[in-house]
Design a binder for this molecule. Structure first.
Ligand code: ATP
Length: 368
């Protein structure tokens, strides 16, 4: 463990009989951009508040740089927290806002201004120190809030849905800004969000939480491509979900009898299934391809065309097969005819390696 690593050592947090965080065990490495991703109420904020010292674990320990943080107050921890609501001071200039934490600590005026100017360079807003906060755009204010948090030179920046108040376009722009700032300063960023797009685009690693439990930890690609639980598969990205009963398993490939026929996919999380197990087959819309209806082979689904949406670079087809909705995303390569009509029969296929077979109520089997 380096001096900046964080270890959540079997942390549980309870409010009365309610368990908000259930046995979280993970290491966040110094310099990592690490996100906690999950729906509202899954315990992300509570875990973040525990790292920053505002909530004590009911069980387990938080270690920063190998040091047990038990009894160490928020001000004594090498962490700074940025909330959803920025709370910049409207009557102060940008530089005064950034330097405010230094003023509280008794740093002199000249030194404060120098530091504020350096931080303004860092957040790519040089020369704006004398502006008033209301003269800045939402995204610029967000960067100022980050600069203010960085003024006290924390090792770890904790960000609680900092982009949620911004409009979509600005939010998307700020993703790359935040990532760039993190890489420039080389600090550990711990980011919480319910927005999977944010978590996937910015993070080195993501922990996906569901009802207080961390169901999976991994880099964005592995969480997206190899979900270990049905919750992770359904929560992270778009997916099609087909229920079935296990007919057999051959190595990594599980075969399922489903209302849409016999289909196969990878046994998620390296599980071994027994014949008769109830499972779900997950297949991403972009992994489904149109197939020749007269062809043969495995993993073919005959469906009915319902409608389609043209999104410029991608065409989304909405199909129905045996009452199940299927979504297919096709890259627009310019050659596609749009001659499909409602109720036309469409055959789609997929490679078993791209589908995941997961238990219906998959208990997490290790979150490494
Ligand atoms: P959101 O995205 O909506 O902020 P979250 O994933 O951050 O959600 P938390 O704020 O961590 O969720 O809350 C997790 C659960 O713990 C919720 O059911 C919440 O009501 C409960 N909880 C949080 N703080 C307290 C508290 N101080 N006392 C009692 N229950 C609490």
């Amino acid at each position: 463990m380096t001096t900046r690593d964080i270890l959540l050592d079997h942390v549980s947090i309870r409010f009365g009989a309610y368990t908000a965080v259930d046995n979280a065990y993970l290491t966040i490495k110094g310099g990592e951009f690490f996100s906690f991703l999950g729906p509202s109420g899954c315990g992300k904020t509570t875990l973040l508040r525990c790292i920053s010292g505002f909530v004590d674990p009911s069980e387990g320990r938080v270690l920063i740089g190998g040091k047990d943080m038990g009894g160490v107050g928020p001000n004594k921890r090498p962490t700074a927290l940025i909330f959803q609501n920025l709370a910049l001071f409207p009557l102060m200039s940008v530089a005064e806002n950034i330097a405010f934490p230094l003023e509280v600590r008794g740093v002199g005026r000249k030194e404060r201004r120098k530091r504020a100017d350096e931080l303004l360079e860092l957040i790519a807003l040089p020369g704006t120190g004398d502006k008033k906060v209301h003269e800045l755009s939402g995204g610029q204010r967000q960067r100022v809030a980050i600069a203010r948090a960085l003024a006290v030179e924390p090792d770890i920046l904790l960000l609680d849905e900092p982009l949620s108040a911004l409009d979509l376009k600005l939010r998307q722009h700020m993703r790359s800004e935040l990532r760039a700032i993190q890489q420039r300063v080389g600090l550990t960023f711990i980011y919480i969000t319910h927005d999977q797009g944010e978590a996937l685009t910015m993070s080195d690693r993501v922990a996906v939480m569901n009802r207080g439990v961390i169901e999976q930890i991994g880099d964005p690609e592995s969480v997206y491509e190899r979900p270990k639980t049905a919750f992770v598969a359904a929560f992270v990205g778009e997916t099609n979900q087909i229920p079935g009963i296990i007919a057999g398993q051959d190595g990594q490939i599980a075969v399922l009898d489903t209302p849409l026929g016999r289909l196969s996919g990878r046994a998620g999380g390296g599980r071994s299934y027994k014949q008769g197990d109830r499972c779900l087959l997950f297949i991403r819309p972009e992994r489904l391809r149109l197939a020749d209806p007269a062809g043969d082979g495995v993993n073919r689904i005959a469906a009915r065309h319902v409608t389609e949406e043209f999104e410029g670079s991608i065409r989304h087809l909405f199909l129905k097969a045996e009452g199940h909705e299927l979504r297919v995303s096709l890259v627009n390569d310019g050659s596609m005819a749009t001659s499909r009509r409602a109720d036309d029969t469409v055959t789609v296929t997929f490679d078993a390696g791209f589908a995941m077979v997961l238990p219906e109520d998959g208990a997490p089997d290790g979150a490494a």
